[in-house]
Design a binder for this molecule. Sequence first.
Ligand code: ZN
Length: 170
Amino acid sequence: MRYGFLVKASEDVPVELLEEYEIPAGPVIYRGSEDKTDVARHFVESIVEVARKIESLMKTNIPIIMTEGEEKTHQECTEFYRIRSNPTVVNPKFSSFSSRFKTFKLFPSNTSQNKYTLSECGLKYSGLDDVVECFCCGLILHNWERLDDPWIEHCRFNPRCLYVLLMKGN
Ligand SMILES: [Zn+2]
């Protein structure tokens, strides 16, 4: 057993900074041998060590400049994480779009709503008629009509849903 990893810094992090904090700039490869069998443990330890170094690097006063796109991605990730780890979320297991979308496999095809929009809206299929449930606030919606907009309905019945607030603002 062996492993390898590579720390990839973004382009605006100067190499000298990596050197200063002893963060490996090239690939780290480790091959276990007969007397070093605990490769998995070694891997975890070395990753933790690098993570610690990165953490101390992040605490320097050198500003990290992000482009508008990076800033947005960063914000979305933080918010996604916040939602996932928020204890009030009813069903955190369905916090990703794809996990919700998968539940719609048996969603009746004669309903006016489309699975894509419903999933996007934080809703997962309950398996019964056209009943769907928000992973975040637990709101149950059903009896969909042709002109219903899932975002509007979600917001109308629970304007305080964290997910709705996050995705659509106030
Ligand atoms: Zn909700």
